[in-house]
Ligand binder design. Sequence first.
Ligand code: SAH
Ligand code: F3S
Length: 432
Amino acid sequence: MSKKLFIETLGCAMNVRDSEHMIAQLNAHEGYELCDDAKVADLILINTCSVREKPVHKLFSELGVFNKLKKADAKIGVCGCTASHLGQEIIKKAPFVNFVLGARNVSKITDVLHRDKAVEIEIDYDESQFAFGDFRTSPYKAYINISIGCDKQCTFCIVPKTRGDEISIPADLIVSEVAKAASSGAKEIFLLGQNVNNYGRRFSGEHDKVNFTELLRRVSAVEGVERIRFTSPHPLHMDDEFIEEFARNPKICKSMHMPLQSGSTDILKAMKRGYTKEWFLNRAAKLREMVPEVSISTDIIVAFPGESDEDFAQTMEVLNAVRFEQVFSFKYSPRPHTEAQMMVEIDSELGSHRLSLLQSRHDEILDEMKLENMGKIVEVYFEELRSDGYVAGRSDNNLSIKVKGSEELLGRLLKVKITQTSRTVQYGEIVD
Ligand code: SAH
Ligand code: F3S
């Protein structure tokens, strides 16, 4: 009988890809099959996120739960960014944990599995030179890493300390992974990196110097690729060449993530983001001008140390000017090993108040925008069969769309007329 693997994946799309890689390795070399019940698993993995403090706190209570319910001889491994930054401390606090595997070490999974109490958290380990595992969470779309780590030093962010320096994966390796995924039926390719449009700045070893725009061209030329998405680009590197390729290339989905973080140039400086409010507004305006159907999403942090009422008002100003289709907003959370951790925090209640002001203003904007979607015809890639008789997918510009239908719609790109709208999901009818 095969051994069973249960894996819980928290955090970003890169963690999803790391989990896929570990699942593939454990399957190919150790005979593990994926299961969805931790109670019957022989190996339980938690792939953690450490970007904010809350999930880190949750980790230890969760580990306690897994330890109680697991089979007597089952192993527990902690992987990902929290593994990188806490390392040995995890085994000290939860001695039943069998191994700790950092975010930049996931390819060592079959090794640590056999070394009880192993802690592998090297952040300069080079995982840029080999192909990632073949397992895919969805048969319809493929996550593909294009770089590992991050070279920026945003003062609030722990990621450079958990995923290490940025190294681009060679373009030919990426293109061959894309070709493999596309030939197995994944029409949508999702390129991943902490800073995708900085692609090509540093490779490990001698490789073709290819920048992100050129990489997009090469990926879109691969047979079977119909849609390309990517996350996350950095506003600082949104040069004209990149925006023009985004506008011109029909395979690139017209949805752009532009992580603003703050609308105040002073706070952006304190965050070391490298751009000003004006630069951000200029790039967003250029995008909207060149690609009228584009949807723009963003990340915003409120209550960064030193954020005044005036700074926050600037963030609200950008929110009103750009009218983002989606906003991921967070209250600042101090993180270890970051520069901002040494700065004086602002009042927590004031932070919560600002967060709710921002979110309710954005809800108003969404209510206005959803009306504009009524009656529009969009192309939808159907990916998920729901139990309520609906099939769900995303439009090119990333609207979540549901239509009545069955599994024969899965994996197809079809035109849909939007007949009912809400802030988060649109309903429609197939028109072709
Ligand atoms: N390069 C990645 C960033 C990963 S972190 C990207 O652009 O997606 C994802 C988001 O979490 C960041 O954009 C930021 O808005 C938020 N974040 C990061 N550190 C944070 C902190 N210390 N407190 C609150 N939010 C944070
Ligand atoms: Fe973090 Fe800034 Fe990099 S948000 S992941 S240090 S671009």
